[in-house]
Design a binder for this molecule. Structure first.
Ligand SMILES: NC(=O)c1ccc[n+]([C@@H]2O[C@H](COP(=O)([O-])OP(=O)(O)OC[C@H]3O[C@@H](n4cnc5c(N)ncnc54)[C@H](OP(=O)(O)O)[C@@H]3O)[C@@H](O)[C@H]2O)c1
Length: 165
């Protein structure tokens, strides 16, 4: 069965975004995101879709939205509910990456098999969206990479659901 994998970058207080944009633009994190998501379907909310500078090559875009499908490019799959997404997911074998934003992370976190979190050692007082809290006791935690030399410092952490094969 295809796995549901969340990927996100957060500040010290789980800050995710501000004014429908990212807060931090860290080159090494963009590379990490690209390497992990390349070739996989990516699920996102409408706000995240409109915040992208362009469509991300090599990845099937699935957008959750109740807006008319005609407001999206033809090659985007628009689904109007999580139930529709669950049906879609059951028809494919590839792992799906959830790439945001806050509302979609909140709705999918309980179903996520794995979470790639880029933990950034910085804060943003005027963030307006946050990553949901989750029970980290349900996951095995592995620090994949640490970048203390960067400004701001950050690390990539993988949370894998306990019992996942
Ligand atoms: N730091 C990170 O890793 C990261 C990653 C991604 C995004 N972000 C940030 O997160 C922010 C955007 O997050 P957000 O929470 O405002 O928006 P979002 O989750 O990207 O999109 C919300 C929209 O998605 C649609 N939607 C959500 N759930 C749905 C459902 N169950 N059924 C149908 N449609 C659904 C609705 O669109 P309609 O109104 O069209 O129905 C809703 O208004 C931005 O600041 C962005 O930069 C950060």
């Amino acid at each position: 069965m295809s796995k549901l994998i969340i990927i996100a970058a957060v500040g010290k207080n789980l800050e995710l975004g501000r004014k429908n944009d990212l807060i931090w633009h860290i080159k090494g994190d963009m590379k990490f995101f690209k390497e992990h998501t390349m070739g996989h379907p990516i699920l996102m909310g409408k706000n995240t879709f409109v915040s992208l500078p362009k469509m991300l090559p090599g990845r099937k875009h699935i957008v959750l939205s109740r807006s008319s499908e005609s407001s999206f490019p033809d090659d985007v799959t628009v689904l109007d509910s999580l139930d529709e997404f669950d049906k879609f997911k059951s028809t494919i074998k590839e792992d799906i990456y959830v790439i945001g934003g806050a509302s979609v992370y909140a709705q999918t976190i309980d179903k996520a098999d794995m979470i790639y979190l880029t933990e950034i050692s910085d804060e943003c007082k005027d963030a307006d969206v946050y990553f949901p809290s989750f029970k980290d006791a349900d996951y095995e935690k592995e620090i994949l990479e640490d970048h203390p030399e960067n400004t701001p410092p950050y690390r990539h952490v993988l949370y894998k659901k306990k019992g996942l094969l």
